[in-house]
Design a protein around this ligand. Sequence first.
Ligand code: SF4
Length: 483
Amino acid sequence: MKEKDSLVFNDFYEYEDEIHEACGVFGVDNMDNIDVSRLVYFGLYSLQHRGQESCGIAVNDNGQITGHKGMGLVAEVFTEKVLDRLEGKAAIGHTRYSTTGGNSLENCQPLIVNYKDGRLALAHNGNLINASKIRLDLENHGAIFQTATDSEVIANLISRNGLKCKDIEEVLKKTMDVIEGSYALVIMTQKRLIGIRDPWGLRPLCIGKLGNSYILASETCALDAVGAEFIRDVLPGEIILIEEGQLRSVMYEHKKPHSFCIFEHIYFARPDSFIDGASIYRARLEAGRLLAIQHPAEADLVVGVPDSGLTAAIGFSRQSGIPYGEALIKNRYVGRTFIQPSQKLREQSVNIKLNALKEEVDGKRIVLIDDSIVRGTTTKKIVQMLKNAGAKEIHMRISSPPVLYPCYFGIDIASRDQLIAANHEIEDIREIIGADSLGFMTVEDILKTPVGAPPNSFCAGCFTGRYPMKVPKEANKFSLDKC
Ligand code: SF4
């Protein structure tokens, strides 16, 4: 959850939700008599940062696919009693922030649907850019939808393709022929656990193993959480089929450029995760290091905005030699459902989540690091808060380039007219936020930060406006008669 930028609220929550995460997915094929529901529970717990609106677990108990899902955090939705009831040979789970579909119970995942060959459960991280066209086409051919999600479009296509294709590989490939956008999918049929990563590799998905049991997860931190060994990342366009402890890989033929979301490195993924060979922590340190070279400052202390700016602040401090310190204390116990304050209190609300450490700040020149500026209003409040606490100067440094464009691939960034950098020069932004100086990273530099990842393998569309595919008016390639 992003704690930024809109402290002039219509909605009290808005200030925490400037850039939204997409979703986290997790699945296990149980070959070791594992308590699958608890394993998925802990996997989801460690993927909570990817979405906090709702979550769910589906289990396959001898071919019976059932599940439990609800609004709220993993710890709120699942009780011991619920987990005891969810037994099975395989299970998948999901944590959600809604990028498509409304925020309501029927849109929670995993989706469980009936189709010709039985039942399947599906968990999706990403966003299809042609979902509404596909949906309309399906509806024109008699399909009925129960949710407002693009994920149900995928489930429906799988079901329809199953009527005509000879095997599951063909079904999935035919589905991938049609869908455009970002998707890391974990699917559970009565026989198999399936993982799919879109041909651009926009969202992460990795494979782990615990004993003889394969695990699929959005991030390696979820494998660590359950004590599983990391095997490898799912490749862009790869379909992983797991059945009776055997893993099979099938490649979807494509010529799409690998375009992993650079914002996962900047902000979304957990710092203890590795994605496509690169450490998230190291990428953020490197961002801070490069920022210190590009935008040095005369200062006494380097501090990060918790939590997203902390690692880059360490990198900046190490490169510049300016001591790293804590100047902002975050209240970690403020959940998403707290009592709405009065208008007067709303205006003071940043102090509910964040407070300045006068002791550390008073009389000092501060380098303040954050991962991004979207609207600018939270940044302005934080700068003001530090100045009120006695900071002599605030040198704001942003460990990403200016966000100039929206995202179409599952990350909910404000629209272009709300993006401060899309509407103001950097000097204007500095003035608006009240900082003494302001520096952003360059696109060139940010793309160097995921050390170990394949070069030129990133989407940076929200900084450049150049996306890995045509957006948002995509020709509708869908035909019901393809198989
Ligand atoms: S547009 Fe930005 S946030 Fe969206 S996938 Fe590309 S890099 Fe990530």
